[in-house]
Design a protein around this ligand. Sequence first.
Ligand SMILES: Cc1ncc(COP(=O)(O)O)c(C=O)c1O
Length: 397
Amino acid sequence: MDYTTKGWGTKSVHGGKHKDTQYGALAMPIYQTSTFIFENCAQGAARFEGTEKGYIYTRLGNPTSTALEEKVALLDGAEASLATASGMGAVSSTLWTLCRAGAHVLADETLYGCTWALLTHGLTRYGVEVDLIDTSDLEAVKAHLKPNTVCVYLETPANPNLKIADIAAVAEIAHTYNPDIKVVCDNTFASPYLQSPLALGADVVVYSATKYLNGHGDVIAGFVSGKADFINQVRMFGIKDMTGSVLGPQDAFLILRGLKTFEIRMQKHCENCKKVVEFLKNHPKIEKIYYPGLESHPNHEVAKKQMRDFGAMVSFEVKGGKPAGEKLLNSLELCTLAVSLGSDETLIEHPASMTHSTYDPEALIEAGVPAGLVRLSVGLENAEDIIEDLANGLAQI
Ligand SMILES: Cc1ncc(COP(=O)(O)O)c(C=O)c1O
């Protein structure tokens, strides 16, 4: 059946389904195997040559992962998708596929801390030129493209301050300058449910599937989605030869299971977050809120245009700065002090000393991440309980 025109729930439940012809299993079996048996040498050679379809070795593909990759491709509206062992595996395998010494990457200055470190301290070691700018400033994007630019890289909403870049406008500028530039969008905060970067003009989407795609805080994984040709390059070079960042079949199964409730989870996450934002907005101890659903957000109009809802991530500053924020984090009981996001549990953290501690302090300020910023990933508990916990914590300050 063609699921491309079906609703989110149907896609999430049925996408990538392969009929189990051996035993008729309803759920996708876990093919816990490192390698696959060839009937004879000719078959092994044909599989390596690509003249015969079939599995070879799990680093190159595995039936459980294939089912998952097809489901994520369907959710992303992509020709193909590729599962990786982590979000950083998706980011690094993509960048290693695109870059060579002398290439130029134009990236946003506000990124997940390890992506920032990979770009500034990692790729630059190997002769890749990296410029960091604010991609929500379209004139800056135009001004920094160069003949050797191979990639424009952005996160929107960005981690941790929910900055929004206009994906369609950035893609238009980059492709007008040079159609071969790949616009890569990290869609982790939005997930495919809230935003479709490929439909907006991006070439490649990357995810930490550790977050909303799996959704249960028990797996580390990533995805790369895009044109089949490019995904094949990432699989056969970026992963096979450069990073080896392969998702294991057990984890693929867990994400397949997590995705079955994708639509209802995302709806509840967004609904809960709106209630939490409403509470924070009216609280006298809150200095500033970073949430794209607020009209006061500098790119609220862009968010409204390109997102189907505003997500469940909200960052804020407490009056009294970092010490007050730390007091709050140390006082909470239901909201859990932990990095990561997009889990069933509400998680709260301090980016400057945790997820973004890879940044130089000046670069963090430049990226719009104040020392006192607190990042909250609103979970699936009852909103009134999350709010009560936050109210109790704020009362301790
Ligand atoms: C936006 C974003 N991209 C990528 C990553 C890296 O993902 P992982 O931790 O799964 O390697 C993260 C992790 O927090 C993230 O927030």
